[in-house]
Design a protein. Structure first.
Length: 370
């Protein structure tokens, strides 16, 4: 224990002063330590701190220079052939072969062996290589033009006699309907066998079209035979062609052209207009299933027929076989007293088969009956 003289007033003041100074230093040191980042430093301190935070920049690393590239060797091509000058008159033509070249002409160098040679075809060869157009159809004989006066509408019943090439005979019936509408017409012919309760059609012909200055002008005709598909013939008057459903052939259309069903009625129209036109040859272009040919009829003479309608005076016309065109013979009998209607039709085939259709009844639809 210290003596009381140690705590005398002068000493106590000294101890207190020292303690206060120490405490102040301690507080100041603690405050500076905790707030060092907030207190601005002097110039000397700032330099020290800056040097401590900034790293020394790295020394540059030497980089190797890029390698030197050598250029690729250029391909060696054969020297181009010297240009060949052509005369001005032949500038659009190919050069003739070397053997025929005129003296002094320049011949192009031959191509390298590794490259295939390409030779331009000569004009004649190029034209031959092109697709040649289809050959035109054979010319059709020009038919004559006639004055006409088509007969009035009527319906016909006919009896059919048939004798086959082997001599077999059979009979049938036919019905024909002709409708004259003044500027248009329709025609239908059915040939078949009449059974007890039914009828079997062996052949059906139809035709429709116009009636004009040249007489009957078919537009469409069809033909249907038993066991065969129906075929059609088209008469294109505007396009001047006749076409067929059974073939791609085309035939030039002519004024006065007919189909197989209308031929007898066109002959009737010619006779009605002027009977003198039936003298000599009567040529009519007829379109059939696959072709069109000129039928040439000749006047055989005046004949009388015995029919179920009585005895009829007729004019007999015949189309004899025409070598190279048709082999059958067609005979038609017209009745002048009955508007020149066809009252009998006979077809004689090359093998001897014979078919005859003879009228049994005519029902005229025109009230005047001219």
């Amino acid at each position: 224990m210290m003596p009381d003289s140690f705590f005398s007033p002068p000493r106590r003041r000294t101890v207190i002063f020292v303690a206060v100074i120490g405490a102040l230093h301690y507080v100041a040191l603690e405050w500076l330590t905790s707030h060092a980042s907030m207190v601005p430093l002097g110039q000397d301190h700032a330099q020290v701190v800056s040097m401590a935070l900034i790293a020394e920049p790295p020394k540059p690393v030497p980089v190797a220079p890029p390698p030197t590239l050598r250029p690729l060797p250029e391909p060696r091509l054969p020297p181009p052939p010297p240009p060949t000058e052509l005369p001005s008159s032949e500038s659009a033509q190919l050069t003739a072969p070397a053997s025929d070249a005129p003296e002094g002409s320049v011949t192009p160098a031959a191509p390298a062996a590794s490259a295939p040679a390409i030779t331009a075809p000569a004009p004649a060869v190029a034209e031959a290589a092109a697709a040649a157009p289809a050959p035109p159809p054979p010319p059709v004989e020009q038919a004559r033009r006639y004055k006409t006066n088509a007969p009035a509408s009527a319906q016909f019943d006919l009896h059919v006699d048939r004798r086959d090439a082997d001599g077999t005979k059979w009979q049938g019936v036919a019905g024909m309907a002709w409708e004259n509408r003044g500027d248009t017409y329709q025609l239908k012919l059915e040939v078949g066998l009449s059974m007890l309760i039914t009828r079997i059609n062996l052949l059906v012909l139809t035709s429709e079209g116009l009636i004009g200055g040249s007489g009957i002008v078919p537009v469409t005709a069809t033909e249907k035979r038993k066991g065969r598909a129906q075929t059609a013939t088209h008469f294109n008057r505007d396009a001047k062609t006749i076409t067929f459903s059974a073939t791609t052939a085309t035939v030039p259309w002519q004024e006065g052209a007919q189909d197989k069903a209308t031929v007898p009625f066109q002959l009737a129209a010619i006779g009605r207009a002027d009977v003198n036109q039936l003298a000599g040859n009567i040529d009519i272009l007829v379109g059939e299933e696959k072709e069109a040919t000129v039928f040439r009829f000749q006047l055989v003479g005046e004949e009388e027929l015995d029919t179920k309608m009585g005895r009829l005076v007729t004019w007999h016309l015949r189309r004899p076989p025409k070598p190279g065109t048709y082999s059958s013979q067609l005979d038609i009998w017209l009745a002048p007293s009955m508007q020149w209607y066809p009252v009998q039709i006979r077809n004689t085939e090359a093998n001897g088969a014979l078919t005859t259709q003879t009228v049994t009844q005519i029902r005229v639809n025109d009230a005047t009956g001219k």
